[in-house]
Design a protein around this ligand. Structure first.
Ligand SMILES: Nc1nc2c(c(=O)[nH]1)N[C@H]1C(S)=C(S)[C@@H](COP(=O)(O)O)O[C@H]1N2
Ligand SMILES: [Mo]
Length: 517
C-alpha cells in the first residue's frame, strides 16, 4: 500500500498583487494609447473615444439627467465614471488570473477591441487613428505577461534581489511610467484643446462680427437633412495622416510671391480685424451624383480679398497657391478670390466655435462656389501669389482639373430606394446646389415621364444648398425617380453622365423604389 503523493498545488499569486497586476496592465494600456492618440489625432485616444461613444450611444433621457445633475461637470463625471468601471474590471480580471493569465488576457483583448470599435465608429475616423488602440492593446498584453510572470511564486535566484523586491520594483516602474505617458498625452492633447477653448471664447466676445442672416425654419422641410450640418457630422476629406496640432498662439500666415508687399499675419491680427460670418455649403469634387461629401456650416473669418488687396496682387498673377502646416497645397484662381461679392474667407470659426482640429484649426480657407481641393485649405500657413504655369498644386499633379467651379446638382434624399414605399402619393425630397449663384428650380419625374416642379424651401443664400420636395403618384411596381436643378441664371444641370475625375460628377440623380400595394 502506498499513500498517494500529494501533488504540489499550482503556484498562485496572492490576492493583492494579482489585482494590482490587472489594474496596472489596463492602466498602462490606457496611458500609452492616450499618448499615441494625442500625437496621431485628438479623437483617437482609446479612452476619450470610449467616452465619446458612451455619449453618442447614451439614451437622450440619460444625457439630460447627466446635464441637469452635473451641469458643466458632466464630462469630467463621465470620464471619472468610466475610470471607476475600468478599475473594477481590471482588478477583477487580475484576481481571476491568479494562476493562469488567460482570464486577464481575454479581458485586455476585449477592452482593446471595444476601444478600437469606439475609435473606428467616431465621426472623424481616419485609418491611422487605429495606431492608438493598437498601441494600447500591445502594451496591455506585454505588461500583463511580464508582471504576471514576476508575480507568480517561484524559486528564488541565488545572489540576485528577491522575487518580491523585483515585483515591487516592476509594479512601481509600470505605475510611474503610465502616469508619465498619460500625463504627457494630456499635455499634448490639452495644448491645442486649450487653445481651441480660448479661440471659441474670443469669437464669442468679438465685438464686430458681421453676422450671417439667421437660417429661417422655412429653409428646410421636415423631410430634409438639417440645413446647417451639425459640426460632428460635417464630411471630412484630407490627406493628413496626422492632424497638425498647432495652437492659435503659434500660428502665422505669410502672404508672398507676386505681391507689392509681403504680409505676415498672426492669429491675434485676424481677431483684431472685422470678422464676417458666412453660411456656406462645402463640396468635395469626389462626391458622386447622390453622394454625401457635402455639408453646410456657418463660418466666421476675415475676408481673404482684403488681405490680398493689402498685399497688392501684381499683374500677371492668376493663382493663389495655399499651403497647409503639413505641406498639402491648393491652387485657387486669383480672379475668383478678388470678386467683390465672392466672400472668400480665412475662416477661424465654424458654427460659433473655433474650428475643430479635423476641419483646419486654427485657420482654413473657405471659398464659396469652388470644390474643396482648389480652395478649402485647412491648417493654412502660407499663401503664395503665383501663376498656374509656374506651380501645380497637390491634386493637379494627380490629374484633377485646374479650375473647379462647383457644378449645379440636385440630390434625392427620400425615399432612399433601399426599402419599399406604399403605392400612391409619395413625398420625394432632397437638396440642390449651385454655389455661388443659387438654385431657382428643381423638377422631378417618374420613369422618364413628364418633369414636374418641386416646391422650394426659402433660399438662405446662393452659397448654400436649397431644400426641395415634391409629391408624386407611384403606381405599384418598380419606379425610377429622377431630379434635376436649374441655377439662378436659368441654366439647367447637365444630363450628361460624367465621373468625378477630373472636375466633378454630372448627370441626373436617380433612385429606384419599389411601390407596394
Ligand atoms: N490641408 C488640407 N486641406 C484640405 C485638404 C487636404 O487634404 N489637406 N483637402 C481638401 C478637400 S479635397 C476638401 S473636399 C475639403 C474638405 O474639408 P472638410 O474636411 O472640412 O470637409 O478640404 C480641403 N482642404
Ligand atoms: Mo475634396
Amino acid at each position: 500500500m502506498s499513500t498517494p503523493v500529494p501533488t504540489a498545488p499550482a503556484p498562485r499569486i496572492e490576492r493583492a498583487p494579482a489585482a494590482l497586476v490587472g489594474v496596472l496592465a489596463v492602466g498602462a494600456a490606457i496611458a500609452v494609447g492616450h499618448l499615441v492618440g494625442s500625437v496621431v489625432s485628438p479623437s483617437s485616444s482609446p479612452y476619450l473615444a470610449v467616452a465619446d461613444a458612451v455619449v453618442r450611444l447614451a439614451p437622450p433621457w440619460l444625457v439630460e439627467f447627466a446635464k441637469t445633475t452635473f451641469g458643466t461637470a458632466d464630462k469630467p463625471v463621465l470620464v471619472a465614471g468610466i475610470a471607476v468601471v475600468l478599475l473594477a474590471v481590471a482588478a477583477a480580471a487580475g484576481l481571476a488570473a491568479r494562476e493562469r493569465t488567460a482570464p486577464a488576457t481575454t479581458t485586455v483583448v476585449v477592452l482593446g477591441l471595444l476601444a478600437a470599435t469606439a475609435v473606428v465608429t467616431a465621426p472623424t475616423f481616419a485609418p491611422v487613428d487605429l495606431l492608438a488602440p493598437a498601441a494600447s492593446l500591445g502594451t496591455g498584453l506585454l505588461v500583463l505577461r511580464r508582471l504576471h510572470a514576476l508575480a507568480l511564486p517561484g524559486p528564488e535566484r541565488a545572489g540576485g534581489p528577491s522575487r518580491r523586491a523585483l515585483l515591487t520594483g516592476a509594479l512601481v516602474a509600470v505605475g510611474a511610467g503610465s502616469l508619465v505617458a498619460g500625463g504627457l498625452g494630456q499635455l499634448l492633447a490639452g495644448r491645442s484643446a486649450g487653445s481651441r477653448g480660448e479661440v471659441t471664447a474670443a469669437l464669442r466676445a468679438a465685438p464686430a462680427v458681421r453676422r450671417a442672416p439667421a437660417v429661417p425654419a422655412s429653409a428646410a422641410f421636415p423631410e430634409s437633412v438639417p440645413f446647417v450640418t451639425p459640426t460632428a457630422d460635417f464630411y471630412r476629406i484630407d490627406t493628413a495622416l496626422r492632424i497638425p496640432s498647432g495652437t492659435a498662439g503659434d500660428w502665422s500666415l505669410r502672404v508672398h510671391g507676386l505681391v507689392d508687399r509681403e504680409v505676415t499675419l498672426r492669429f491675434a491680427d485676424l481677431l483684431a480685424r472685422p470678422l464676417v460670418e458666412r453660411t456656406v455649403t462645402l463640396l468635395c469634387v469626389s462626391n458622386p451624383v447622390g453622394g454625401d461629401l457635402v455639408s453646410t456650416a456657418v463660418f466666421t473669418g476675415v475676408p481673404l480679398r482684403d488681405v490680398l488687396l493689402e498685399a497688392g496682387v501684381r499683374p500677371g498673377a492668376d493663382q493663389l497657391l495655399s499651403t497647409s502646416a503639413d505641406g498639402w497645397t491648393a491652387g485657387t484662381p486669383i480672379d475668383v478670390l478678388l470678386e467683390p461679392d465672392r466672400g472668400a474667407l480665412l475662416a477661424i470659426g465654424m458654427n460659433g466655435e473655433a474650428l475643430p482640429p479635423e476641419h483646419g484649426f486654427p485657420v482654413r480657407m473657405v471659398v464659396p462656389g469652388l470644390y474643396g481641393y482648389v480652395s478649402a485649405t485647412k491648417w493654412v500657413t502660407d499663401l503664395e501669389v503665383t501663376t498656374f504655369a509656374a506651380d501645380r498644386a497637390y491634386w493637379l499633379q494627380r490629374g484633377w482639373g485646374e479650375r473647379a467651379p462647383i457644378k449645379t446638382m440636385a440630390r434625392i434624399d427620400t425615399p432612399t430606394g433601399t426599402g419599399s414605399v406604399p403605392a400612391g402619393r409619395v413625398v420625394v425630397a432632397g437638396v440642390a446646389w449651385s454655389q455661388p449663384r443659387g438654385v431657382s428650380r428643381v423638377e422631378v419625374r417618374v420613369d422618364g415621364g413628364a418633369w414636374t416642379d418641386a416646391e422650394l424651401a426659402t433660399e438662405v443664400s446662393g452659397d448654400t444648398w436649397r431644400m426641395w420636395r415634391a409629391t408624386v403618384d407611384l403606381a405599384p411596381g418598380t419606379r425610377v425617380l429622377e431630379a434635376r436643378a436649374t441655377d439662378a441664371d436659368g441654366d439647367l444641370q447637365t444630363e450628361e453622365v460624367a465621373d468625378v475625375l477630373p472636375d466633378g460628377a454630372t448627370g441626373y440623380p436617380s433612385v429606384t423604389v419599389t411601390a407596394g400595394r
